[in-house]
Design a protein around this ligand. Structure first.
Ligand SMILES: [Zn+2]
Length: 249
């Protein structure tokens, strides 16, 4: 068994016995990896670890094993900019939970690794008003890479320009329908205004958009419902519940 040097984002950390810990990682080379670090918490040589950290390590990978040995851990990026407020780490946790809940197999997906690390980097520096749009952008990119991207160009019923007018998200079909064609009962909950749709595609830094907390939460919840439907995720997102409580909604 030979060791491979890998880079990974920490999804979860669980202390194990006296001095060890179990990590759930998203690696560049193997995708999801479940690993154990022995002696990680011994005095004097412990590596301070947290969710969302970017690590380099040796992975002793054995196919068909559930838990792999990890060694020589080294933190390459801990994204200190995420600690400047409490919302950023909470939104980071939504992204990590999306990976945890939707990915169940170890398969190489370097594009998903790159998406996650660039999200973490951007979340450090994005202006305060754009932290939620950055998350929506990330979720939509993730869905696109998985083949469930939301089609936004024209209303499939009447051909109206959704990019200009906004639309109602039909979760099962993965399309946006204009307000005239969508059932009225879906209008309040599933509406994505034009500015939100522009965020799904790219992050604008137009200061004139002022987003209310309840609206940010509604859109985030809607996009996570979309993910739950398409990735067959049965359970609620704990991280979303935390953000709701934090913002008093
Ligand atoms: Zn229409």
């Amino acid at each position: 068994m030979s060791a491979q040097k890998v880079t990974a984002v920490v999804l979860t950390i669980t202390p194990y016995r006296e001095t060890s810990c179990i990590l759930r990682l998203f690696t560049h080379s193997h995708g999801l990896v479940h690993g154990i670090v022995k002696g990680a918490r011994k005095d004097g040589k412990s590596v301070p670890l947290d969710r969302g950290f970017l690590l380099e390590m040796l992975l002793y990978y054995k196919p068909n094993r559930e838990l792999h040995m990890l060694g020589a851990l080294h933190v390459t990026e801990f994204f200190p900019g995420l600690r400047t407020d409490i919302l950023r780490p909470a939104l980071r946790d939504i992204a990590l939970e999306l990976y945890l809940k939707s990915i169940t197999q170890s398969e190489p997906h370097p594009e998903l690794f790159d998406l996650l690390t660039s999200f973490l980097k951007n979340l450090e520096s994005v202006k305060q008003g754009f932290v939620f749009p950055l998350l929506w952008h990330f979720i939509n990119k993730y869905c696109s890479l998985a083949g469930f991207g939301i089609a936004v160009e024209k209303c499939p019923e009447c051909g109206a320009d959704i990019l200009k007018k906004g639309g109602i998200l039909d979760i099962a079909a993965g399309v946006l329908i204009c307000k005239k064609c969508a059932p009225v009962r879906t209008h309040t909950q599933a509406c994505l205004d034009a500015y939100v749709i522009s965020f799904l595609d790219k992050i604008e830094t137009d200061e004139s958009v002022r987003l209310k907390n309840y609206e940010c939460l509604r859109i985030t919840e809607l996009l996570l419902l979309y993910c739950r439907h398409h990735f067959d995720i049965r359970k609620d997102f704990n991280s979303l519940g935390f953000v709701k409580t934090m913002l008093g909604q």
